[in-house]
Design a protein around this ligand. Structure first.
Ligand code: TXA
Ligand code: MG
Length: 344
């Protein structure tokens, strides 16, 4: 299969991609978070092809994307009161709401759960595509399963060229980490995946929210969001997250770098702007200032892919404060890492 890349501003090509999507083919498209791999959510066969082309485990359910509120009602049993407040505050935007599903939603999307995850993306190309296709669009991130999520159309090409029909180029994604997944079926809403809408932002609208046990895996509870149990977002080289006081972190990483060099291994460091000139590693990728976590989020996945391009053997990453966007960043880093190193 040949993958056709089209420009989000070319009207004619755009219409053929929207038609292809409606008719059961796969179209990757930009959103404000990451690129999505879209299929007609009402077509079980098209949805199955998403899993095949990404190599995604079948028990990991998909998010359904809509372009207007009238598309929500047919997908869910009811729209809870608190959903309305959240929708008013955050849609279109990086918030996915998990609600009780209707009969219309195929089991292929929900992996047999009785809930469905829905969001309205804040990206003009995505909204127009869904609108023109005239159907709700199931879309996971458009990467091969396990790889870092794509934040540019080139990332999508790297992973899925020849496996899908279309990629729409809409430039780099603004936010750079995936949407927040919020389960609103329980008494107190639960964040199943931290993302573009922070816990603090949610709490100003609906009061207390909880985080899922899976975000602190040590207490051994079963994850409510199946996707969160997999190792994820990973570059090819093994990555270690180094946590501790900044001076000590830099010292430790430089020490490990010289040990690696002695063994002939090439080291990469995921660094904050503040420390980027202090490392001795062969490859140092600056992902932005410790004081601007939005910038760090937007550069994160590109940085992880960069280490693959540079063919490093081992990666060390700095850690970030777990406040605001820092929760999403640290969640992704933990999932990408195969271990952590704590320094005083
Ligand atoms: O920002 C995003 O959310 C991107 C863009 C493309 O919209 N999409 C995305 O999809 O990140 P994906 O498939 O990579 O992640 C979907 C997450 C998974 O962790 C999955 O387990 C969870 O949402 N999920 C989907 N449906 C669910 C449901 N019914 N109950 C609980 N979790 C669900
Ligand atoms: Mg994903």
């Amino acid at each position: 299969m040949e993958t056709i890349t089209i420009n989000g501003t070319n009207d004619e090509c755009f219409s053929s991609a929207a038609k292809a999507l409606r008719e059961g083919r796969l179209v990757a498209f930009p959103t404000e978070t990451v690129y999505g791999l879209g299929a007609n959510a009402l077509d079980p066969q098209a949805v199955r092809r998403i899993f095949e082309s990404k190599g995604r485990p079948l028990d990991n359910p998909l998010i359904v994307h809509i372009a207007n509120i009238s598309q929500l009602e047919p997908l869910v049993k009811e729209i809870p009161d608190r959903a309305e407040a959240l929708i008013r505050a955050f849609w279109p935007g990086p918030l996915t709401l998990v609600m009780k599903k209707s009969e219309l939603v195929p089991d292929e999307i929900t992996a047999g759960l009785d809930t469905v995850a829905v969001r309205m993306p804040d990206n003009p190309v995505a909204l127009r595509l869904i609108e023109e296709a005239g159907v709700p669009v199931a879309a996971p991130s458009a990467n091969l399963s396990g790889r870092p999520s794509p934040t540019t159309y080139q990332h999508v090409l790297e992973d899925l060229n020849g496996r899908i029909e279309y990629i729409i180029n809409g430039g780099p994604c603004k936010i750079g980490v995936e949407s927040t997944v919020l389960d609103i079926t329980s008494e107190t809403p639960v964040i199943l995946r931290p993302g573009g809408v922070t816990m603090e932002m949610l709490e100003t609208v609906i009061g207390k929210v909880e985080t899922d046990a899976v975000l602190k895996p040590e207490d051994g509870k079963k994850p409510r969001s199946p996707g969160m149990k997999y190792r994820h977002y990973s570059p090819n080289a093994e990555m270690f997250l180094v946590e501790g006081e900044s001076e000590e972190v830099v010292r430790k990483i430089n020490l490990l770098t010289s040990e690696n060099s002695a063994k002939g291994l090439r080291t990469g460091v995921l660094s904050s702007l503040e420390n980027k000139d202090r490392y001795t590693a062969q490859v140092v990728v600056n992902i932005g200032s410790l004081s601007c976590l939005e910038e760090v989020a937007s550069k994160l996945y590109n940085a992880l892919r960069k280490f693959d391009e540079e063919k490093v053997d081992i990666i060390y990453s700095e850690s970030f404060t777990e406040k605001g966007m820092g929760r999403a960043i640290m969640n992704r880093l933990r999932k990408a890492a195969s271990g952590k190193i704590s320094v005083p």
